[in-house]
Structures are given as structure tokens and as C-alpha cells.
Design a protein around this ligand. Sequence first.
Ligand code: ZN
Ligand code: ZN
Length: 263
Amino acid sequence: MIDSHCHLTDKKFADDLPEVLDHAIRAGVKHVVTIADSFIESEQGIALCHTYPQISCTVGVHPHCAGKWHRGDRERLTKLAKSDDCVRAIGEIGLDYHYEFSPRDVQQGVFRLQLEVAKELAMPVVVHNRESLEDLLAIIEDVRPPGLVLHCCTERFENVESLLQWGYFLSFTGIATYEDAEDMRETIRRCPLERMMIETDAPYLAPAAYRGRRNEPAFVREMAMFIAKLKGVSFEEVDRVTTQNAVAFFGLQNRMLSPKEDM
Ligand SMILES: [Zn+2]
Ligand SMILES: [Zn+2]
């Protein structure tokens, strides 16, 4: 298993990250992709990868931080993305009209710029969306980056089907295990395993069994089990296919723990 999306630079992991990563390995999570929300977190993520071989990272600016985007940040992002082999994607980038911490037109501009950087560098992108799907899809269709995953997808299947037609991926969090998430469960039933990744979005969104607690990469196992049940396939199948998807998407072939290191 791979936790394809979590935030290990969050201060909620500051005191016990080695234990958290140990839990993950014992739960069968072979690799973790830590996702950046800002330039500072991008740099912190790269530093984490240097300490722990089972982590890769992304660099990018979240729509919550889009208002802080400065002239020259396009070059800064390009430089960071090329600075180290542990940087495997641009993200998380996108639109968030729920919190709307930055004006919508600013979010759209910063999203588009970062998609263009990803396209120039032939890197995939990790996309965040909240109550902004129509504008998000229009910008994606316009730029068409080489690879894309819509993370924490809670949308109805027919609303995100175009992403699958464009060759992109959907990724699902523990929200699927919450009682009121029937639309999302239907999307998981209809999304082919070959187009799916699993994630925790830790420290947020712990699956129902752990709700209220800090989420952590080990709990991505819950997602694999939950999806297996939902789709009527084996846990091993969900594990194998979603791992393959994440390895191919992020280019993790040479970054996975060898069987010897894997306990
Ligand atoms: Zn997000
Ligand atoms: Zn996230």
C-alpha cells in the first residue's frame, strides 16, 4: 500500500513522526507521499525525504494560500520542482470556494500558472477541489497537464467522469466511511480500480473507526479494506492495483523500500 496523500510536515506530527512511520510500515504501507500547501512546506517536505527513504513529496501552493502568491513565484516553483529527485509532483493546487480564503479569480490564476509549470516540466499534479468543480474542470481542460489526480474526491461519478476520459485519476479518503457519504460510495463503486488511488489526507479526515483522532498513514489500510468490500473484490486486489497506480503516477519505481527493508 501507498498513502498517496498526507501532510507529514503538519505540526501534529512534530513530536512522533518516527513512530508514525513505523506504524505505517507495520500496517504494510510501503511508501508515503507528503503533500505541500505552501513554499515553506514544500521545502520542509524535501528535507523529510532526505531523512526518511520511504517518503516522497510534492511542491506547490494550496488555493488557501493563493493570495500570498508573488511575482517571481513561478520561477521559484520551477526551481523547487527540479531541485531534487524526491519531488514527484506539483501539488496540492486547485480551487476552494467553500472557505474562499483568497478571491476566486486569484485562486484560478494561481492554479492555472502551476498547471502550466507542471506541463512544462512534464510532472503530474495533485488537485484539491471544494465546491468549485465547474471552474476547476474548465481550467484543467484548457491546460491539460500530463498527469492529474483529483484528491479527496467526494463528487458524484457523472460530474468527474470527464477526468477519467482524459486519462486522470481519482483518489479517495476516509470520508467514504462516514455515514452520510453515499454519493461518494457510489462514485467508488463506479470508478475502475485502475483509475483509483487511496489516501489518508492525514492528519485530517480519520476513517470512521478512528474519527475524532489524528489520522495517520497506517490508516490507509482501512481505505483499502473498505473499498474492497464496497467493490466486492479482495483486499489484495485493491492493495496491488492502487499501489501500481501510485507507483506509476508518481514515478516511485526507484524510491520504494526494498523487500529487505520492508518488515
Ligand atoms: Zn486538499
Ligand atoms: Zn491534503
